[in-house]
Design a protein around this ligand. Structure first.
Ligand code: AKG
Length: 213
């Protein structure tokens, strides 16, 4: 479903079995040897999610990607699993867009989790100018997703992202503001045995653009 030029919502993209496999992988990653953490952004505020960057680390102080978590514990960003890359490419191709992801931001939202309106614009000028999409996968509790325009004050569309949904924004929608205003606790499919929500956003940095050209 194209909700705006370049923005596609695919409700129920993933079967329950696929969601379960992804949920297990996410759980192992966020509580693994290099665990998710609550980033503190450059204004000094704490984010309202636990974050784990795969492939490269997004530094919440500099808003740049780097190999190690220099704003937190100096550990390397865990690699991006090959099956996650495959999934992101599969979803992007459903939206008719190319994607060679080298980064994923995996966020865990508890019942109070949220994320303010923002643009994803740190992947690099080439990737953004080419309109390479961001691919988002939702697992667990339902999120109220806000999808705005290219300016912060533009009107915002509100939609629910349910477990198993995919959302893609690229092309003319690549820099649209977006965020999550709330999570609805207890709405995850019981088969997932999860409370809260995982969200994975796959991205392609300029490094990956150059490597694939
Ligand atoms: O959780 C979501 O659906 C959105 C996440 C997001 O905007 C981000 O990671 O930049």
């Amino acid at each position: 479903m194209e909700i705006a030029p370049g923005a596609h919502h695919f409700p129920g993209f993933l079967t329950t079995a696929r969601q379960r496999a992804i949920a297990e992988c996410c759980r192992a990653l966020v509580d693994g040897a290099i665990p998710a953490y609550v980033p503190v952004v450059r204004g000094g505020g704490k984010m309202h999610v636990r974050m784990l960057c795969l492939g490269r680390h997004w530094n919440a102080r500099t808003y740049q990607y780097e190999p190690i978590r220099s704003d937190f514990d100096g550990l390397p960003a865990p690699p991006l699993p090959a099956e996650f890359c495959e999934l992101a490419r599969e979803i992007a191709s459903h939206a008719g867009m190319p994607l060679q992801p080298d980064l994923c931001i995996l966020n865990y939202y508890d019942a109070d989790g949220r994320m303010g309106l923002h643009q994803d614009k740190d992947e690099g000028p080439e990737s953004i100018a080419a309109g390479i999409p961001v691919v988002s996968v939702s697992i667990g509790d339902t999120a109220r997703f806000l999808f705005g325009g290219l300016k912060r004050r533009d009107p915002v569309e509100v939609l629910d992202l349910v477990s198993g949904d995919a959302f893609v924004f690229g092309g003319p929608a690549r820099l649209r503001y977006h965020g999550v205003s709330r999570i609805t606790p207890g709405t995850a499919p019981p088969e997932l045995e999860i409370s809260g929500r995982f969200n994975l956003t796959f991205r392609q940095s300029d490094d990956a653009c150059r490597a694939s050209s």
